[in-house]
Design a protein around this ligand. Structure first.
Ligand code: CAA
Length: 265
């Protein structure tokens, strides 16, 4: 844990070499996203973005029950139109920062990932989950819709019909269903969740940082453009990597039959 971390910090950070573990820490409210928690998460993201020691981030929730049970309903209940819209935009900004962080971010989903919690997971680069995790976008049960990107990212990920089935029913789904639809890439026993997530993160952290950044950017840019444009972006990014030291090091290491030592230059 970082030296000045305090127990009631809303987003704990623990570094293990090049991997930072962020733990959303409001377990009594199932880590529901209120404004202070979102602000603290935004601060943590800004801190990680400029920390050259950190190459990969793992995001999880504290406590046994929840990753994040959604945006804070008690806080939202009396919002007016302008405040609600501002809250949605603020939440989307934080999640966009995750999606564009420049370092891979893995969600380790330890329990409920509902509403804003499911949206938070969708903004990460991929997710692995405990077999006990539960997923859903139950906003319509509250008379509203997802506001932190759920209508957009879920439909892009699992297709319009599957996304609308989730959004219109508001149902809560088990981990098997999330795996089947591709929301999570792997299910593990609950006690194995963090060890497995951290092991994957450590492995990714040995890869070329500039290549990871380029890969993320090209995949994301490709969501919204025709295939031919996406392929052009891929070729351009592939080419640019050949002026980096990481490319020289990666290919030299292969030919010399040794592990590569990437510096991110
Ligand atoms: N906001 C505020 N508080 C929440 C919360 C939320 N989203 N989810 C849970 N809590 C609180 C509960 O109020 C309760 O607090 P108290 O002990 O003070 O009463 C505590 O966390 C424990 O929750 P429960 O007693 O309800 O636990 P449970 O095991 O019986 O149920 C649950 C768990 C099914 C996740 C249930 O808590 C639940 O349905 N939560 C709400 C889920 C939801 O609707 N999320 C979407 C929110 S809207 C949204 O996210 C909008 C957006 O896109 C931005």
């Amino acid at each position: 844990m970082e030296p000045n971390a305090i127990a009631d910090d809303l987003v704990l950070r623990r570094d293990e070499g090049p991997v930072a573990l962020l733990t959303l820490n409001r377990p009594k409210a199932l880590n529901a996203l209120n404004q202070p928690l979102l602000q603290r998460l935004a601060e943590r993201l800004r801190e990680l973005a400029v920390d050259s020691n950190v190459r990969v981030v793992v995001l999880t929730g504290s406590g046994e029950k929840a990753f994040v049970a959604g945006a804070d309903i008690a806080e939202m209940a009396d919002y007016d139109v302008a405040t609600a819209q501002h809250f949605a935009l603020a939440g989307q900004n934080v999640l966009n920062h995750i999606a564009t962080l420049g370092k891979p971010m893995i969600a380790a989903v330890n329990g409920f990932a509902l509403g804003g919690g499911c949206e938070l997971m969708l903004a990460c680069d991929f997710a692995i989950a405990s077999q006990r995790a539960k997923f859903g976008l139950p906003e319509v049960t509250l008379g509203v819709i997802p506001g932190f990107g759920g209508t957009q990212r879920l439909a892009r990920l699992i297709g319009r019909h599957n996304a609308l089935r989730w959004i219109l029913t508001g149902d809560v789904h088990g981990a098997d269903e999330a795996l089947r639809l591709g929301l999570v890439t792997q299910l593990v026993e609950p006690e194995q969740l963090l060890p497995v997530a951290l092991e994957i993160a450590q492995r990714i952290a040995t890869r070329g940082p500039l290549a990871m950044l380029a890969a993320k950017q090209v995949v994301d840019q490709g969501w919204d453009v025709p295939l031919a444009d996406g392929l052009r972006k891929e070729a351009a990014a592939f080419g640019k990597l050949f002026r980096t030291q990481d490319q020289k090091e990666g290919m030299a290491a292969f030919m010399q039959k040794r592990p590569a030592k990437f510096t991110g230059n």
